[in-house]
Design a protein around this ligand. Sequence first.
Ligand code: TYD
Length: 423
Amino acid sequence: MFTLHTTCRACGLGNQIPTLKQTASGGPALNHDSLRSVVDLGIQPLANDFCAAAQPRAGYAPLRVLYCPRCTLAQLSVVVDPAVLYRHYSYVTSPSRTMLEHFAKLASDIKAETDGRYLLEIGSNDGALLLAFGKVGFEECIGVDPAANLCELARKNGCTVVNQFFTQQVAREISASYRPDVILARHVFCHIDNWKDFVAGLQELIGPDTLVCLEVPYAGDLLRRGEFDTIYHEHLSFLTITSIEHLLRDSGLHLHRIIEYPIHGGAVLLMLRSDQHGKPASPSVGDYLIHERTTMNEDAWIRLGINARNNIDVLRAYVRNLRDNGKRVAGLGASAKSTVWINACSFTRKEIDYIADTTTLKQYKTSPGSDIPIVDEGAIVRDLPDYVICFAWNFKEEILQKFEGIRKQGVKFVFPSPTIEVV
Ligand code: TYD
């Protein structure tokens, strides 16, 4: 189900796994060149492996982060087979107000950068973003997505989509009949193992004026805010601008502009342009590179790992104490982040009765690695538990507003990240 990953996918630094014989003789296991192990969250299930009672679970894999001292990229020590993760996918782009507002902002920022009319979205999910770009004047928007269930949903929503992983080969096939002015991939790039092939796919499709937009979670935000729960098997890489700069050397593409957004706990939109494009790069790129020289280092990752352990211990003790005192505890948001917390804390139904979530694909299944059932969101209002642990902390304001009524009735909302907060 997974393979080990030992070299940096941005700059190539790293070693092969030493053999037993080499290790015994003090071989290259601690070679100065190799990637450094900085965060270890143990053995975890796949974060979106929501299964019905009788369905077999996909399995477990180590969840460990390796840091590259040469280009500052952090990446997981394993790669889970993408077919296992993405051929059927239960994460549907959230229809939340926060997300829709973000889509509108993203579309208008991209529109301001280009007068292009043809868009290709890589990882188009249920088509929500394709529709948002249609509304701001793009004439044609086509999606590519590996999940058959989501492509079906997108087609029902009126979108044109290709049910494939984005590879150089698929890009070549698309380019025979479609030349996009804008290529957009939201929260896709850090899920991809073979970056060289992805970049080669972009090269098949772009001309001198094509705008490539990659929205990715930013490692700087993860480190600054201690968002260790965004480390799970789908997120193979934790991006820095320095590492992308390394990756793009000699590719014919360069970083053109960077825009930051608060979505998902802190994301950046990387605008890439062909080297043949005339306009100079925005100062935002240089600003990030300078800032990262002093903020991105191995120590920052090691501190994150230590803080993660502390926060896990705090939430575990807090919830167990509530239960010992007879309180009823539910969860809200069966996010991938919830899987990380639940497994790191070893929570079962003994601690959390259920997790409420709006996503129908997750409902009446169980939380990966645990026996906690996922139910509809209204359950919280019907049931009025004493405490609700909010695993979708990135939608905090929206959640507090939505549940104002039951908060007035005494239901307490607990946000575990960045440090535990009871509202
Ligand atoms: P999200 O934070 O978008 O991502 P990830 O899975 O990458 O951690 O997931 C949020 C989950 O919370 C998603 O399944 C939808 C759910 N949710 C609710 O049930 N109610 C809400 O009000 C909101 C905002 C989200």
